[in-house]
Write a protein that binds this ligand. Structure first.
Ligand code: SF4
Length: 281
Protein backbone atom coordinates (compact mmCIF):
# COMPACT_ATOMS: atom_id res chain seq x y z
CA UNK A 1 0.00 0.00 0.00
CA UNK A 2 1.42 3.41 -0.91
CA UNK A 3 1.60 6.28 1.56
CA UNK A 4 -1.24 8.04 -0.23
CA UNK A 5 -3.51 5.01 -0.03
CA UNK A 6 -2.45 4.39 3.52
CA UNK A 7 -3.27 7.97 4.52
CA UNK A 8 -6.76 7.41 3.11
CA UNK A 9 -7.39 5.28 6.20
CA UNK A 10 -6.92 8.16 8.66
CA UNK A 11 -10.22 9.51 9.89
CA UNK A 12 -10.87 12.93 8.48
CA UNK A 13 -13.55 13.73 10.98
CA UNK A 14 -12.61 15.38 14.24
CA UNK A 15 -14.89 16.31 17.12
CA UNK A 16 -13.49 19.84 16.95
CA UNK A 17 -10.49 21.69 15.51
CA UNK A 18 -9.11 21.75 19.07
CA UNK A 19 -7.97 18.15 18.62
CA UNK A 20 -4.17 18.20 18.44
CA UNK A 21 -3.11 16.55 15.18
CA UNK A 22 0.49 16.37 14.02
CA UNK A 23 2.70 14.53 11.52
CA UNK A 24 -0.17 13.03 9.60
CA UNK A 25 1.54 12.99 6.20
CA UNK A 26 4.83 11.48 7.33
CA UNK A 27 6.49 9.66 4.46
CA UNK A 28 5.06 11.76 1.63
CA UNK A 29 7.90 12.82 -0.65
CA UNK A 30 8.72 16.48 -1.30
CA UNK A 31 7.86 16.05 -5.00
CA UNK A 32 4.44 14.62 -4.09
CA UNK A 33 3.80 17.63 -1.84
CA UNK A 34 4.95 20.08 -4.52
CA UNK A 35 2.83 18.37 -7.16
CA UNK A 36 -0.19 18.50 -4.85
CA UNK A 37 0.29 22.22 -4.28
CA UNK A 38 0.74 22.97 -7.98
CA UNK A 39 -2.24 20.99 -9.22
CA UNK A 40 -4.63 20.94 -6.27
CA UNK A 41 -5.18 17.23 -6.85
CA UNK A 42 -4.43 16.69 -3.21
CA UNK A 43 -4.71 18.91 -0.16
CA UNK A 44 -3.52 18.70 3.43
CA UNK A 45 -6.20 18.79 6.07
CA UNK A 46 -6.19 18.84 9.84
CA UNK A 47 -9.75 17.51 9.75
CA UNK A 48 -13.36 17.93 8.76
CA UNK A 49 -15.82 18.98 11.45
CA UNK A 50 -19.58 19.20 11.30
CA UNK A 51 -22.23 21.22 13.08
CA UNK A 52 -20.49 24.60 13.30
CA UNK A 53 -22.83 27.55 13.63
CA UNK A 54 -20.14 30.24 13.74
CA UNK A 55 -18.27 29.80 10.45
CA UNK A 56 -20.83 31.21 8.05
CA UNK A 57 -24.63 31.17 7.72
CA UNK A 58 -26.59 28.16 9.01
CA UNK A 59 -24.97 24.91 10.05
CA UNK A 60 -21.56 24.36 8.46
CA UNK A 61 -19.28 21.54 7.53
CA UNK A 62 -15.76 22.90 7.92
CA UNK A 63 -12.55 21.57 6.39
CA UNK A 64 -9.50 22.75 8.33
CA UNK A 65 -6.42 23.00 6.15
CA UNK A 66 -2.84 22.89 7.37
CA UNK A 67 -0.17 25.44 6.54
CA UNK A 68 -0.18 29.07 7.63
CA UNK A 69 2.28 31.88 6.98
CA UNK A 70 1.09 33.92 9.99
CA UNK A 71 2.22 33.24 13.54
CA UNK A 72 -0.55 34.88 15.55
CA UNK A 73 0.29 35.12 19.22
CA UNK A 74 -3.22 33.96 20.10
CA UNK A 75 -3.53 31.20 17.49
CA UNK A 76 -5.57 28.38 18.97
CA UNK A 77 -4.55 25.90 16.30
CA UNK A 78 -0.75 26.09 15.96
CA UNK A 79 -0.77 22.44 14.90
CA UNK A 80 -2.17 23.74 11.58
CA UNK A 81 0.90 25.93 10.91
CA UNK A 82 2.95 23.18 9.28
CA UNK A 83 1.42 21.70 6.17
CA UNK A 84 3.16 18.43 6.97
CA UNK A 85 0.90 18.05 10.00
CA UNK A 86 -2.09 17.56 7.70
CA UNK A 87 -3.69 14.43 6.28
CA UNK A 88 -3.06 14.21 2.52
CA UNK A 89 -6.53 14.10 0.98
CA UNK A 90 -7.29 13.76 -2.70
CA UNK A 91 -9.76 16.20 -4.19
CA UNK A 92 -12.04 13.23 -4.93
CA UNK A 93 -12.03 12.13 -1.29
CA UNK A 94 -12.68 15.66 -0.03
CA UNK A 95 -15.52 16.16 -2.52
CA UNK A 96 -16.94 12.76 -1.58
CA UNK A 97 -16.94 13.87 2.04
CA UNK A 98 -18.97 16.96 1.15
CA UNK A 99 -21.48 14.95 -0.88
CA UNK A 100 -22.35 13.01 2.28
CA UNK A 101 -23.67 16.22 3.86
CA UNK A 102 -25.21 17.88 0.79
CA UNK A 103 -28.91 17.28 1.51
CA UNK A 104 -28.59 17.92 5.26
CA UNK A 105 -26.83 21.22 4.65
CA UNK A 106 -29.52 22.31 2.21
CA UNK A 107 -32.28 21.52 4.69
CA UNK A 108 -30.49 23.46 7.44
CA UNK A 109 -29.63 26.43 5.22
CA UNK A 110 -25.98 25.82 5.88
CA UNK A 111 -22.96 25.14 3.76
CA UNK A 112 -19.29 24.41 3.53
CA UNK A 113 -16.49 26.55 4.96
CA UNK A 114 -12.85 26.11 4.11
CA UNK A 115 -10.77 27.28 7.04
CA UNK A 116 -7.37 26.57 8.54
CA UNK A 117 -4.51 27.23 9.01
CA UNK A 118 -4.60 29.43 5.96
CA UNK A 119 -6.48 27.75 3.10
CA UNK A 120 -4.78 29.87 0.43
CA UNK A 121 -1.42 28.29 1.29
CA UNK A 122 -3.00 25.52 -0.82
CA UNK A 123 -4.77 27.80 -3.25
CA UNK A 124 -5.18 25.29 -6.10
CA UNK A 125 -6.76 22.72 -3.79
CA UNK A 126 -8.91 25.44 -2.21
CA UNK A 127 -10.19 26.52 -5.61
CA UNK A 128 -10.93 22.97 -6.70
CA UNK A 129 -12.73 22.05 -3.50
CA UNK A 130 -14.79 25.23 -3.29
CA UNK A 131 -15.68 24.92 -6.98
CA UNK A 132 -16.73 21.29 -6.48
CA UNK A 133 -18.89 22.28 -3.49
CA UNK A 134 -20.54 25.03 -5.50
CA UNK A 135 -21.15 22.64 -8.39
CA UNK A 136 -23.07 20.26 -6.14
CA UNK A 137 -25.20 23.11 -4.86
CA UNK A 138 -23.56 23.80 -1.48
CA UNK A 139 -23.13 27.36 -0.17
CA UNK A 140 -19.40 28.10 0.06
CA UNK A 141 -17.36 30.22 2.44
CA UNK A 142 -13.62 30.83 2.66
CA UNK A 143 -12.15 31.74 6.04
CA UNK A 144 -8.85 33.50 5.34
CA UNK A 145 -6.26 35.85 6.76
CA UNK A 146 -6.39 37.48 3.32
CA UNK A 147 -2.66 37.81 2.72
CA UNK A 148 -2.65 35.46 -0.27
CA UNK A 149 -5.85 36.83 -1.82
CA UNK A 150 -3.94 37.61 -5.01
CA UNK A 151 -3.64 33.89 -5.64
CA UNK A 152 -7.33 33.79 -6.58
CA UNK A 153 -8.55 35.15 -9.88
CA UNK A 154 -11.82 37.07 -10.08
CA UNK A 155 -13.32 34.06 -11.86
CA UNK A 156 -12.25 31.73 -9.06
CA UNK A 157 -13.74 34.03 -6.48
CA UNK A 158 -17.11 33.60 -8.20
CA UNK A 159 -17.35 30.12 -6.69
CA UNK A 160 -17.07 31.53 -3.19
CA UNK A 161 -20.33 32.90 -1.80
CA UNK A 162 -18.85 34.46 1.30
CA UNK A 163 -15.40 35.42 2.54
CA UNK A 164 -14.72 35.39 6.27
CA UNK A 165 -11.86 37.85 6.40
CA UNK A 166 -9.70 38.27 9.50
CA UNK A 167 -8.34 41.70 10.27
CA UNK A 168 -6.01 41.37 13.21
CA UNK A 169 -5.02 45.00 13.66
CA UNK A 170 -4.90 48.29 11.78
CA UNK A 171 -1.43 49.56 12.67
CA UNK A 172 1.21 47.81 10.62
CA UNK A 173 3.61 47.48 13.55
CA UNK A 174 0.95 46.02 15.81
CA UNK A 175 -0.14 43.68 13.02
CA UNK A 176 3.45 42.50 12.75
CA UNK A 177 3.68 42.10 16.50
CA UNK A 178 0.52 39.96 16.51
CA UNK A 179 1.01 37.94 13.33
CA UNK A 180 4.66 38.30 12.32
CA UNK A 181 3.75 39.97 8.98
CA UNK A 182 2.47 43.30 7.67
CA UNK A 183 -1.15 44.29 7.05
CA UNK A 184 -0.94 45.72 3.49
CA UNK A 185 -1.89 42.61 1.43
CA UNK A 186 -4.85 41.95 3.75
CA UNK A 187 -6.26 45.42 3.20
CA UNK A 188 -5.62 45.17 -0.54
CA UNK A 189 -7.61 41.95 -0.66
CA UNK A 190 -10.42 43.54 1.36
CA UNK A 191 -10.60 46.38 -1.17
CA UNK A 192 -10.58 43.99 -4.08
CA UNK A 193 -13.43 41.97 -2.57
CA UNK A 194 -15.34 45.23 -2.18
CA UNK A 195 -14.79 46.14 -5.81
CA UNK A 196 -16.15 42.70 -6.77
CA UNK A 197 -19.11 43.20 -4.39
CA UNK A 198 -18.25 39.91 -2.70
CA UNK A 199 -20.04 39.34 0.60
CA UNK A 200 -17.67 39.56 3.55
CA UNK A 201 -17.96 38.82 7.24
CA UNK A 202 -15.13 40.51 9.02
CA UNK A 203 -13.52 38.75 11.96
CA UNK A 204 -11.66 40.54 14.68
CA UNK A 205 -10.07 38.78 17.64
CA UNK A 206 -10.21 40.92 20.75
CA UNK A 207 -7.27 40.37 23.10
CA UNK A 208 -7.00 42.70 26.10
CA UNK A 209 -3.69 44.55 26.03
CA UNK A 210 -2.89 43.39 22.50
CA UNK A 211 -5.63 44.19 19.98
CA UNK A 212 -7.91 46.42 22.04
CA UNK A 213 -6.46 49.79 21.09
CA UNK A 214 -9.42 52.14 20.61
CA UNK A 215 -7.94 54.08 17.69
CA UNK A 216 -6.99 50.86 15.94
CA UNK A 217 -10.51 49.52 16.26
CA UNK A 218 -12.04 52.80 15.08
CA UNK A 219 -9.83 52.71 12.00
CA UNK A 220 -10.80 49.12 11.22
CA UNK A 221 -14.47 50.01 11.71
CA UNK A 222 -14.25 53.07 9.43
CA UNK A 223 -12.38 51.10 6.78
CA UNK A 224 -14.83 48.18 6.92
CA UNK A 225 -17.89 50.43 6.80
CA UNK A 226 -16.48 52.26 3.79
CA UNK A 227 -16.08 49.04 1.82
CA UNK A 228 -19.82 48.56 1.38
CA UNK A 229 -19.71 44.74 1.23
CA UNK A 230 -19.19 43.86 4.91
CA UNK A 231 -22.40 42.18 6.05
CA UNK A 232 -21.34 41.77 9.64
CA UNK A 233 -18.41 41.91 12.02
CA UNK A 234 -17.72 39.03 14.37
CA UNK A 235 -15.83 40.27 17.41
CA UNK A 236 -14.21 37.11 18.74
CA UNK A 237 -13.20 37.21 22.39
CA UNK A 238 -9.75 35.79 23.05
CA UNK A 239 -9.72 32.47 24.92
CA UNK A 240 -7.12 30.02 26.18
CA UNK A 241 -8.52 26.84 24.60
CA UNK A 242 -5.49 26.41 22.37
CA UNK A 243 -2.86 26.98 25.03
CA UNK A 244 -2.27 23.26 25.55
CA UNK A 245 -1.32 22.88 21.88
CA UNK A 246 1.49 25.42 22.21
CA UNK A 247 2.84 23.44 25.15
CA UNK A 248 2.51 20.09 23.38
CA UNK A 249 4.30 21.46 20.34
CA UNK A 250 7.10 22.98 22.43
CA UNK A 251 6.24 26.50 21.26
CA UNK A 252 6.76 29.60 23.37
CA UNK A 253 3.34 30.95 24.29
CA UNK A 254 3.44 34.62 25.26
CA UNK A 255 -0.21 35.04 26.27
CA UNK A 256 -0.05 32.80 29.29
CA UNK A 257 -2.18 34.35 31.98
CA UNK A 258 -3.93 36.74 29.57
CA UNK A 259 -7.59 37.05 30.39
CA UNK A 260 -10.50 37.02 27.96
CA UNK A 261 -12.07 40.46 27.49
CA UNK A 262 -14.74 41.40 30.01
CA UNK A 263 -18.30 41.56 28.77
CA UNK A 264 -18.15 45.35 29.15
CA UNK A 265 -15.02 45.61 26.95
CA UNK A 266 -16.66 43.35 24.40
CA UNK A 267 -19.78 45.51 24.44
CA UNK A 268 -17.76 48.70 23.94
CA UNK A 269 -15.81 47.25 21.02
CA UNK A 270 -19.01 46.00 19.37
CA UNK A 271 -20.41 49.50 19.89
CA UNK A 272 -17.43 51.00 18.05
CA UNK A 273 -18.21 48.85 15.02
CA UNK A 274 -21.94 49.58 15.30
CA UNK A 275 -21.43 53.30 15.48
CA UNK A 276 -19.61 53.05 12.14
CA UNK A 277 -22.81 51.52 10.73
CA UNK A 278 -21.83 47.85 10.89
CA UNK A 279 -23.69 44.88 12.33
CA UNK A 280 -21.78 42.99 15.00
CA UNK A 281 -22.13 39.61 16.66
S1 SF4 B 1 -3.92 33.25 10.63
FE1 SF4 B 1 -5.20 31.84 11.83
S2 SF4 B 1 -4.19 29.83 11.67
FE2 SF4 B 1 -2.72 31.39 11.00
S3 SF4 B 1 -1.52 31.83 12.83
FE3 SF4 B 1 -3.19 33.32 12.72
S4 SF4 B 1 -4.85 32.48 13.95
FE4 SF4 B 1 -3.40 30.79 13.50
Amino acid sequence: MTQKENSGQISLEAKSPFELRINQNEGLSESEVQNALATGEMGFLHSFTTGSTVDGPGVRVVAWTTGCQFRCLYCHNPDTWKMSNGIPVTIERATGELKKYRSGLKIMGGGFTLSGGEPLMQDRFAVRLLTAAKKIGIHTALDTNGAFGKRLSDEELENIDLVLLDIKSWENDRHKQITGVGIAPVLEFAERLASLKKKVWLRFVLVPGLSDNTDDISNIARFAAGLGNVERVDVLPFHQLGEFKWKELGLKYSLQGSEPPSSETLRLVCEQFRSAGLRTY
